[in-house]
Design a protein around this ligand. Structure first.
Ligand code: HMG
Length: 387
């Protein structure tokens, strides 16, 4: 039985920051951000956007039949809005899914999206008549003028998993590695991540090398068997560094082809930033929509990394007619129609947030943009609205 991704959608806030302007404000050379880090713009989430509004917006492709058939909705996130109630329930409500459905949230840093996808695959193997909705949603915050500021971002990717997938068939070939390390984490008192920046990049590469090497031994496949590789993109240069470690195994023509596909996978991330759980899948979507040289039957390798840390390498096969499932024009429009914020306004928006405390809170309606918004918090209950 084939199981895989039938549809995929994305969402990102209606506001962004130009990273050349940020570099100037922080006294850095712009090329450090655009070349050294590989990021051009950064999504800015006002307090009226959270993982619920972004996650629900990303799933705007669902039909009435999909809504009826979804038996599992699982949200992978590290930007939880409640320590107990799952964000999946709020999204379930906003999307008007069938009540006969499991709804839950899952966490392991940026690996949470892949954990959710693999759970969905197993669920569909056990319940082939149903569908599973996977949402990977996050707002990456490191703090104003912090080392990680240039890599911040926000948004969500939604994937519908089913039998007979029209986009990608997931292969049963995962190699997963786990080990407890302190490269990046977020204590419960703060909404800002802590990172040992350089150490985290070394661990990312070490987990890639370990899983990729073992994958080749276990499957007998090598880089020539892959049309393209996609990476978790905390910033695009990180994925490039990982790709470069694999390239010497193939000839120059193959290297050039893999680099070109990788470049296509970076385009959305360059304009949005780190989506944490959704970054790998945003890269996949970017590649599928902007590459133009992939074809049905191609094998795509995917490397997922979540700090803490879990790494997983797996592959998926492009399905006939996959092009018809893509929405490049709409996604281009989504990015092009965003409003640019000057650095001072970005800083004000960044600082205006739902408080860690019992007081009521009203989000600034100046930044309300649809389809869903968090209008505020009343009596410690979050209030959502469709615009
Ligand atoms: P930094 O100290 O600001 O930057 O930290 P740097 O000095 O290392 O410079 C970055 C690059 O820019 C270097 O290139 C410089 O040479 C280059 P590299 O050596 O890396 O190839 N550079 C220039 N290039 C062109 N023109 C110039 C110029 N100047 C310098 N003028 C760091 C960078 C990424 C560490 C920081 O931003 C950070 O801490 N980020 C957050 C942590 C992170 O993203 N880690 C990634 C791996 S861990 C991960 O992926 C998991 C994660 O997504 C979380 C989760 O799992 O939930 C983060």
């Amino acid at each position: 039985m084939k199981i895989g991704i039938d549809q995929i959608g994305m969402a990102t806030p209606a506001f962004y920051l130009d990273l050349i302007e940020l570099a100037q404000a922080r006294g850095d050379e712009p090329e450090k951000y655009t070349i050294g880090i590989g990021q051009d713009q950064q999504a800015v989430a006002p307090s009226s956007q959270d993982i619920v509004t972004l996650g629900a917006s990303a799933a705007n492709f669902l039909s009435a039949t999909d809504r009826e058939q979804i038996g599992l909705i699982v949200v992978g996130t590290e930007t939880g809005i409640d320590a107990s109630k799952a964000s999946a329930l709020y999204i379930h409500d906003l999307l008007e899914l069938s009540p006969w459905c499991r709804a839950l949230e899952i966490k392991e840093a940026c690996y949470g999206g892949t954990a959710a996808l693999m759970m969905a695959r197993d669920f569909i193997a056990a319940h082939p008549q149903q569908k599973a909705l996977v949402i990977a949603a996050d707002i990456a915050r490191y703090g104003l003028a912090s080392g990680g500021e240039v890599t911040q971002g926000a948004g969500a990717v939604a994937m519908l998993v089913s039998t007979s997938p029209r986009l990608l068939a997931l292969q049963d070939d995962s190699v997963v590695k786990s080990g407890s390390i302190m490269d990046f984490w977020r204590p419960q008192y703060t909404d800002l991540a802590l990172a040992k920046g350089k150490y985290s990049t070394e661990q990312y590469l070490a987990f890639f090398q370990a899983t990729w090497t073992r994958y080749q031994v276990e499957t007998g496949l090598d880089l020539n068997d892959f049309a393209a590789l996609c990476f978790h993109l905390p910033y695009t240069k990180m994925g490039l560094k990982a790709l470069r470690t694999a390239l010497p195994a193939v000839d120059e023509a193959k290297q050039a082809a893999l680099k070109a596909h990788f470049e296509a996978s970076c385009q959305y991330s360059r304009r949005i930033g780190n989506l944490y759980t959704g970054s790998l899948y945003l890269g996949l979507l970017s590649m599928l929509e902007l590459d133009g040289h992939l074809q049905a039957g191609d094998r795509i390798g995917l490397f997922s990394y979540g700090s803490g840390a879990v790494g997983e390498f797996f592959s998926a096969e492009l399905q006939p007619g996959f092009e018809q499932q893509l929405h490049a024009v709409a996604h281009q429009h989504l990015l092009d129609s965003r409003q640019r914020l000057a650095v001072a306004e970005y800083e004000a928006v960044f600082t205006d947030k739902v408080p860690y405390g019992p007081k009521d809170y009203q989000a600034n309606s100046k930044y309300f943009a649809g389809p869903f918004v968090l209008t505020g918090v009343t009596d410690q209950e979050r209030q959502y609205q469709r615009l």
